[in-house]
Design a protein around this ligand. Structure first.
Ligand code: ADP
Ligand code: MG
Length: 223
C-alpha cells in the first residue's frame, strides 16, 4: 500500500540567475510500514524532499500523490505528522499540553487527546514531565516530546527532519528509539532525514540525496 508517491518531482526556489534547484527529478514512494532514512550532505535537498512528502511544499514540476489520504490538505494533516528540525514546543504550555497540541489543532477533542498524550509521553519515557513547562526541558527531552506529539496524532506517516541533528550521539539514539516506538505503536510509516550514518543504519531503507537528486535507494536484504 503506497502512502505517498513522488513522480519526477522538482522544486526550484527563486528565479533566473538566483534559481536554486533544491529537488531535481525525484521519483520515489513510501509504502505502509516503511522505515526510511534520507541521507545526504547539508544543502542536498533532504528537508525540501521531506516537505514535499508532507505536502507542505508544492512541486515546481512533477507530482506528489497520497493515494490513501484525504485529497485536501486539512484531511491529510491528520494522517501525516511532521517532526520539524529544531524544537517546535510552545514555551508557555506544559509538556502534556504541547504533546496534545497537534491532535487538538486537527480536531480531536481535548478530552480524547489528553489521555492519548499521556500514553505517548510514557512511550517516550517522559511521564514524569507532563506538568512541567516546555522550556525547562533539555534538547533531547524536547525532541522526544515532539515525537510524542506526533504519536498522539495517530498518524499513518511520520516525517522527521534531522530529529537528532543538534543532539549528542547517545541522546540522538534515544530520540530515534522514541521515533521507532511511535511508528511501531501507531502502525505509521517513518521517514527520517539525517546526515548521521549510525541513525541511518537503524532504518530498513536508505535514500541518498546529492545536489537535489535522489541517487540510490538501498534496502536491507536487497542488493
Ligand atoms: P538539506 O535539508 O539537505 O540541508 P535543503 O532542502 O534545506 O537541504 O536545501 C536544498 C537547497 O535548497 C539549498 O541550496 C538551500 O539553500 C535551498 N533552499 C531550501 N529552502 C529554500 C527556500 N525556502 N528559499 C530558497 N532556497 C532554499
Ligand atoms: Mg535540512
Amino acid at each position: 500500500m503506497t502512502l505517498v508517491r513522488c513522480s519526477e518531482v522538482s522544486r526550484t526556489f527563486g528565479h533566473g540567475d538566483r534559481a536554486v534547484v533544491a529537488v531535481h527529478g525525484c521519483s520515489c514512494a513510501v509504502e505502509a510500514g516503511a522505515r526510511i532514512a534520507i541521507t545526504g550532505p547539508s544543502g542536498s535537498g533532504k528537508s525540501s524532499l521531506l516537505h514535499l512528502l508532507a505536502g507542505l511544499e508544492r512541486p515546481t514540476s512533477g507530482s506528489v500523490d497520497w493515494p490513501e489520504f484525504g485529497v485536501d490538505a486539512s484531511a491529510r494533516s491528520r494522517d501525516i505528522a511532521v517532526v520539524f528540525q529544531g524544537t517546535s514546543l510552545l514555551p508557555a504550555l506544559d509538556v502534556l499540553e504541547n504533546t496534545a497540541l497537534a491532535a487538538v489543532l486537527t480536531g480531536t477533542d481535548e478530552a480524547e487527546a489528553t489521555p492519548r498524550a499521556s500514553v505517548a509521553l510514557a512511550a517516550v519515557g517522559l511521564s514524569g514531565y507532563a506538568g512541567q513547562l516546555a522550556d525547562t526541558l533539555s534538547g533531547g527531552q524536547a525532541q522526544r516530546v515532539a515525537v510524542a506529539r506526533a504519536m498522539t496524532l495517530r498518524p499513518r506517516l511520520i516525517l522527521a527532519d534531522e530529529p537528532t541533528g543538534q543532539l549528542d550521539a547517545e541522546t540522538g539514539v534515544q530520540v530515534l528509539d522514541a521515533l521507532l516506538t511511535a511508528a511501531d505503536e501507531t502502525g505509521a510509516a517513518l521517514v527520517v532525514t539525517t546526515h548521521d550514518p549510525v541513525i541511518a543504519g537503524r532504518l530498513d531503507e536508505r535514500w541518498a540525496m546529492d545536489d537535489g537528486r535522489l541517487l540510490v535507494t538501498a534496502r536491507d536484504g536487497v542488493a
